[in-house]
Design a protein. Structure first.
Length: 156
């Protein structure tokens, strides 16, 4: 009887961990302590920029759950993947980052949106907030991106 109970607990723990990993939670060294894995979606029309950002975030302990090369693709992926943060370029094909941000804020308001662009001074702070952005980082200040994302999640 004890062996059966042990097996059931082990199976239940395995299923619990698997379900939590699907939601961005992972266990530390098989212990019962769960650590939240920060999930981010990267949207930029440049594959080089996306690759660089992926490396930057993954080296800082983030899970890059997806990438998008245009505004329409980022909306589809964000609704499917439900990341904690979406990093958006302003100038992308099919739909720009500003329009995509407005749609994302309507459909998944719990997700933080960060504008990452070379055109940072084109929009006022009020315009960015109305579009749904929580922060704006110039591509020249890429080193601030991870800290900004971490600050947003800590404030939540």
């Amino acid at each position: 009887m004890r062996t059966v109970a042990y097996s059931i607990r082990r199976i239940a723990r395995h299923e619990f961990q698997a379900n939590n990993e699907d939601r961005g939670l992972a266990s530390e060294s098989g212990s019962r302590n769960l650590v939240y894995v920060k999930r981010i979606l990267l949207a930029d029309d440049s594959a080089l920029v996306r690759r660089t950002l992926r490396r930057l975030f993954e080296d800082s302990g983030w899970s890059v759950c997806g990438e998008a090369s245009n505004g329409q693709e980022v909306i589809t992926k964000a609704q499917e993947l439900r990341p904690d943060i979406v990093v958006l370029d302003l100038s992308m094909p099919l739909m720009n980052g500003l329009t995509a941000a407005r749609i994302l804020k309507e459909t998944i308001p719990e997700t933080y949106l960060v504008l990452f662009t070379a055109f940072g001074t084109l929009l006022t702070t009020d315009e960015l907030k109305r579009a749904g952005f929580s922060a704006s980082i110039s591509k020249g200040d890429a080193g601030k991106l991870v800290n900004t994302a971490q600050t947003l999640l800590k404030a939540a």
